[in-house]
Design a protein around this ligand. Structure first.
Ligand SMILES: [Zn+2]
Length: 303
């Protein structure tokens, strides 16, 4: 169980399971002789990818107790063809339930983007085929640019957008579309990081003032500093700890040069301020502190 306290917030990781993904697609232009040192491929060249959701419990004098769910995995509505490729682990609701969290307990759902492996449990199909919100009381949020794009995606990634994961929620008014930069509840904001898609948003959780401020210059070169009080669900900008190098982007990225720029921008703040980074697709290490070692190499230090 991955759980920690970040200032005013309690953070926990819940998985929707793992699935097989082509290693070449996962690591883009990185040669297999290099990525195979960080991820084990099977005889079909598949590696194991995780589906990590983040639950944030907040208590605030103004807004009271809230339970926020960031990302809803792959869900249980995949077509037979998609199941052939990815399986359909569909473990999120069971894993939440094991921790005593029922769908009715979720107040807020945030999707970083609308690819099928990030918003699958937004909705379920009832026995008559009707699409219903999985989390009936929740207010849902997703990037507006993603939703606009998803209505007319490119041939390249059209397969990744399944309208039943979001269109019924937008139509009913249960999903609010975000420009980027909004504060969803006090301390939880979204920020656009272009690269994987044009409008993907990271979710930044600020649990209060950093107790040990140090200069950015020192932080860049010292490993093992005490943790900060900010976390970021960085989604597919840095999908696993194996992808922390600037040039290790996924083959799926629509704007690979922007992925590099966005990572630079992220590290410029996240490393000196010692943010906890949450990795969507890492099957073993769902969160870590990214640091620079003495040689200037980026390393992920387990939380
Ligand atoms: Zn993804």
């Amino acid at each position: 169980m991955h759980r920690l306290t970040l200032g005013d917030f309690e953070l926990s990781i819940f998985s929707d399971g793992t699935y097989p993904l082509d290693g070449g697609a996962f690591f883009g232009v990185v040669p297999k002789v290099m990525w195979s040192k960080r991820a084990v491929a099977d005889e079909r060249n598949y590696v194991t990818a995780g589906l990590n959701s983040l639950v944030i419990r907040t208590e605030h004098p103004r807004t009271g107790k809230q339970t926020v769910l960031v990302e809803t995995g792959m869900g249980n509505k995949l077509s037979e063809r998609m199941v052939k490729f990815y399986g359909q682990p569909a473990k999120l609701l069971d894993n939440l339930s094991a921790a005593g969290i029922a769908p009715e307990d979720i107040d807020i759902v945030i999707n970083s983007h609308l690819h099928f492996d990030h918003c699958g449990w937004n909705t379920v199909r009832d026995k008559n085929g009707k699409i219903l919100p999985t989390f009936p009381r929740a207010k849902y949020y997703a990037p507006e640019g993603e939703w606009q794009y998803a209505r007319q995606p490119s041939e390249r990634d059209a397969i990744s957008y399944l309208p039943e994961n979001y269109d019924p929620l937008v139509a009913s008014g249960q999903m609010t579309l975000l420009k980027g930069g909004e504060e969803i509840v006090p301390g939880i904001t979204v920020k656009t990081f272009r690269g994987h898609t044009a409008h993907m948003q990271g979710v930044i959780v600020r649990g209060g003032q950093n107790p040990h401020p140090i200069s950015a210059k020192n932080a860049e070169i010292r490993v093992g500093q005490p943790q900060g009080r900010t976390a970021c669900y960085i989604s597919d900008l840095i999908p696993t700890t194996a992808h922390i190098d600037l040039t290790w982007g996924m083959g799926f990225d629509l704007y690979p040069l922007d992925t590099i720029d966005s990572k630079k921008q992220y590290y410029a703040q996240a490393i000196p301020e010692r943010w906890l980074t949450v990795f969507t697709h890492d099957p073993k290490t769902p969160w870590a502190y990214i640091e620079k070692d003495d040689a200037g190499t980026l390393v992920a230090r387990a939380a």
